[in-house]
Design a protein around this ligand. Structure first.
Ligand SMILES: Cc1cc2nc3c(=O)[nH]c(=O)nc-3n(C[C@H](O)[C@H](O)[C@H](O)COP(=O)(O)OP(=O)(O)OC[C@H]3O[C@@H](n4cnc5c(N)ncnc54)[C@H](O)[C@@H]3O)c2cc1C
Length: 417
């Protein structure tokens, strides 16, 4: 919506009549203030009560607000709901300078949207590269360059110590630890989220950075389940939709008394929603000891592809820019999350493969095979790949090229001529 690519109607999950048609009694505009576990009722702030046999908590999370002076000034907001979006759209009509605190997925999407709406946008980030938890440094740097070309600026490695009043109770600037200040008419804090577990905690449910649930999404009270961003499952709180759908599927199974599903955690993949920038990563995209990396770097087309392989299996991927084919990222996501999938006989053909560096590389006639090294980390780099013959991903039947995909189950091989 902020980027002007969708309107409110496009992002609503279900229209209001859907709830009635599906036998769901919807209480709009009410906040649940208490769970009475003894009487098995929930109580809203206006005193309405609803009884339950089983209760599902899905209270989401709240944005983290930096505890700095000036955080309550007019013009300082977070990015969570439709009101925040409307404030940003409205402010962009009448003001010029926006500062985003946090160069994560949400911060960058907001920055891009505000830029498209005509604001001068600076993204303040504590780390030295953007999206450091979702991308490797190379992809982060390429992304930053691309966004700079669109006119965004990036004060990097900056720690915010305060928001400065413009003299009228509104935001006027953002101040950093090194004393520098940058002017701002709007400050958007996109510095992370915290599970919204206060309601559960006040009802005496066990919480630890989220409502603690087991593999059936059940809390410590057998009648109460929880899913979504409010949950801590095996110590992990997820902040993306896909894992939450997986949780919901298992939970629904148990609420319907089928009792056969278990949730064992999710492999998260992320994609930046900025039109014109294709950036995707999944699972262990950084690699480490005992992994092999296949890196395709083609600065001419702005493409960067990294596959991380461990013990013959694809365990992570990071894809940035360049030509893409439909299904590429979902193919990698499935492959990296599948316990049984590995890479085999990828028949891609680098016309001018320049350096294939691997301690266990062997040549076998028209095919060179790179077997993942036993205990060390190695990288095979093809800078400027030429033409690639096509391969087929057996994990999802997607036809693709090695730029995007391979056939997953065994050592990697490619045609040398
Ligand atoms: C701007 C934005 C863009 C995003 N884009 C993506 C994306 O592209 N892809 C992706 O995977 N994820 C994205 N996310 C994250 C995704 O939206 C969340 O992970 C997901 O919505 C979390 O679902 P949830 O049901 O746990 O919580 P929510 O969707 O936050 O729902 C929780 C609901 O509970 C209500 N609630 C809380 N407490 C109470 C109470 N006491 N009484 C009554 N109601 C209460 C809240 O008002 C809220 O409506 C985005 C998030 C934001 C903010």
């Amino acid at each position: 919506m902020l980027a002007g690519e969708q309107n409110f109607k496009d992002i609503v999950l279900n229209p209001l009549p859907w709830y009635e048609e599906n036998g769901i009694h919807l209480h709009l505009g009410k906040t649940i203030s208490r769970i009475d576990r003894t009487r098995r009722v929930v109580v809203t702030d206006d005193g309405t009560e609803a009884r339950y046999d089983c209760l599902l908590i899905a209270t989401g999370s709240t944005p983290f607000i930096l505890p700095v002076p000036g955080k309550d000034l007019k013009g300082v907001i977070t990015y969570r709901d439709i009101c925040d979006t409307e404030i940003m759209i409205e402010t962009a009509r009448v003001r010029r300078r926006a500062v985003l605190i946090g160069g994560g997925l949400l911060g960058l999407e907001a920055a891009n949207g505000l830029k498209l709406r005509g604001m001068d946008v600076a993204v303040v980030h504590l780390a030295d590269t953007l999206l450091e938890r979702q991308r490797d440094a190379t992809a982060g740097t390429l992304l930053q360059q691309s966004l700079q070309e669109r006119g965004l600026s990036f004060p990097m490695g900056k720690s915010t110590t305060g928001i400065v009043d413009n003299g009228s109770g509104e935001v006027g600037a953002v101040r950093f630890k090194d004393g520098e200040e940058i002017p701002a008419d709007l400050v958007v804090m996109a510095a992370g989220i915290r599970p919204n577990s206060a309601l559960a905690e006040s009802a005496g449910l066990h919480c630890n950075r989220g409502i603690v649930v087991g593999n059936t999404l059940q809390t410590y009270d057998p009648r109460i389940y929880a899913v979504g961003e409010c949950v801590s499952h095996r110590g992990v709180a997820y902040g993306l939709v896909a894992p939450l759908f997986e949780q919901a599927r298992v939970c629904a199974n148990h609420l319907a008394l089928m009792g056969i599903g278990t949730y064992k955690g999710s492999v998260s993949s992320t994609r930046l929603k900025v039109t014109g920038i294709d950036l995707f990563s999944v699972s262990d995209f950084l690699g480490g000891d005992g992994t092999e990396e296949i890196v395709l770097s083609d600065p001419a087309s702005g493409a960067y592809r990294k596959l991380v392989i461990k013990e013959g299996k694809l365990v992570g991927a990071c894809l940035y820019g360049g030509p893409t084919e439909p299904g590429t990222s979902s193919c990698c996501a499935r492959a990296a999350s599948s316990a049984n999938c590995a890479i085999t006989s990828c028949s891609a053909r680098p016309a001018s493969a320049t350096s294939a560096r691997s301690s266990t590389t062997s040549s076998t006639g028209r095919h060179r095979t790179v077997a993942p090294p036993a205990a060390s980390r190695s990288t095979t780099t093809w800078s400027r790949p030429g033409s690639w013959s096509r391969a087929c991903c057996t994990a999802c039947s997607t036809r693709s090229t090695l730029r995007h995909c391979a056939r997953w189950s065994g050592p990697v091989a490619w045609s040398a001529s």
